[in-house]
Design a protein around this ligand. Structure first.
Ligand code: PSV
Ligand code: MN
Length: 387
């Protein structure tokens, strides 16, 4: 194993994990959204909660917004609110999936009026990025069809390409878009961006400001996500992650909860592929349906840190040597040795060096913040899907 603890800690100190504003609001399944106490009522309050996650972890200084869930009159003022709380606004997530008009698709809809409306929203999201100083626009489309013959698969690709080109044109010098794919849901027959290959092909045509984002919950069961990561990094096309974990489909559970070994394997490819830089956005895209939200986010950030620490501990020289010597079991042993290391003491040590409590979960629980928001936010409409 790599024994240079100082180097590993320095790399962990540099880590940046972005939390999503929607994780702080109420969420659920199509069967029930369970209301929790102390849930934010405004985008500003979501940012206040995100700031708590950064306060106790020290590595979550940005918060992603979702438009229109975080719609405000003055986005520059929202960015200022974030700065005052010690965080900044990260990716702007577009939403062209919740209006009635989008029943048969947004940018791929057969109706040109609906396509124009969707494109207008995407361009407005770039205006918002200008105001917030955000670098990344995250594009996810629920577009697809439910029945064979419902629409022309190739025509829908043409419409998608046209919209993406228009958004690409509008991006500023230091802005980019991250194109997200998802196997299925809400469409059940075809999805217009179902996999990384489709996303990659569209991004490749457009240029360097178009990058693929890997949402870890958006693949068929058994998909080797770290292979996708390695491939995209090699091609310079990995823009970021939407981290979460899943047992079945797009479960949006806490990252590292279902399969911490997969997260470790992903982080290993990130590090070895040169992706452990600011050019790759490490974002969480999760919902906390039954667990408290701020602690859920803190735990998730810690899970990513733990997987990263283990990946940083892989003895790369020993691994290469074993690989060169065709030593299958030796190479695997080097890999597993790092994974099986208990990195919690190292992370506790790092947090103390950063002036943080070594136990972020306990520190937050002691802080009294939950009791405060529970009382302060009794009245009004709690934020949730569509709010
Ligand atoms: C879609 O399932 C997704 O992963 C996209 O990133 C959305 O923006 C996000 O979830 C929130 O609905
Ligand atoms: Mn996502």
């Amino acid at each position: 194993m790599t024994t240079d603890r100082a180097q590993v800690k320095a790399a962990l100190r540099r880590q940046r994990i972005e939390t999503p504003s929607w994780a702080y609001g109420n969420s659920g399944t199509r069967f029930k959204v369970f209301a929790q106490q102390g849930v934010p009522r405004t985008p500003q309050e979501k940012i206040d909660d995100a700031a708590q996650v950064h306060r106790y972890t020290g590595v979550a200084p940005t918060v992603a917004v979702h438009i229109p869930w975080d719609k405000v009159d003055d986005y520059a003022a929202l960015a200022e609110h974030a700065r005052e709380r010690g965080v900044t606004i990260g990716a702007v997530n577009s939403n062209v999936f919740q209006d009635d008009d989008y029943m048969l698709g947004s940018v791929t809809n057969p109706d040109p009026k609906v396509r124009a409306k969707a494109l207008k929203h995407l361009l407005e999201c770039v205006d918002i990025m200008d105001a917030t100083g955000s670098r990344d626009l995250k594009l996810w489309f629920s577009d697809g069809t439910n029945y064979p013959g419902q629409d022309d698969i190739r025509a829908r690709q043409d419409r998608l390409a046209e919209a993406l080109a228009a958004v690409y044109e509008r991006l500023g010098e230091n802005q980019r878009f991250l194109l997200e794919y998802k196997l299925f849901e809400p469409a059940f027959y075809t999805t217009d961006l179902p996999d990384w290959g489709t996303s990659y092909a569209h991004c490749l045509k457009l240029g360097p400001k178009a990058q693929v984002v890997v949402d870890t919950g958006h693949h068929a069961p058994g998909t080797n996500i770290e292979f996708i990561v390695a491939f995209l990094l090699r091609e310079g096309k990995l823009g970021g992650f939407d981290f979460n974990s899943r047992f079945y489909a797009d479960d949006d559970l806490m990252v590292g909860a279902a399969d911490p070994f997969q997260l470790f394997r992903i982080m290993h490819e990130v590090i070895q592929g040169g992706g452990y830089t600011d050019d790759v956005a490490f974002m969480l895209d999760q919902c906390h349906n039954i667990e408290p939200k701020i602690p859920g986010q803190i735990r998730s950030v810690m899970n990513v840190q733990e997987a990263t620490a283990k990946a940083l501990l892989v003895d790369v020289e020993a691994l290469r040597e074993a690989q060169q010597n065709r030593d299958v079991l030796g190479a695997n042993a080097v890999f597993m040795d790092a994974y099986n290391t208990d990195v919690r003491p190292l992370l506790a040590e790092l947090r103390e060096e950063m002036g943080l409590d070594p136990d972020p979960m306990a520190a937050y629980a002691r802080s009294g913040y939950f009791e405060k928001i529970r009382d302060e936010r009794k009245d009004g409409q709690a934020a949730g899907w569509g709010a």
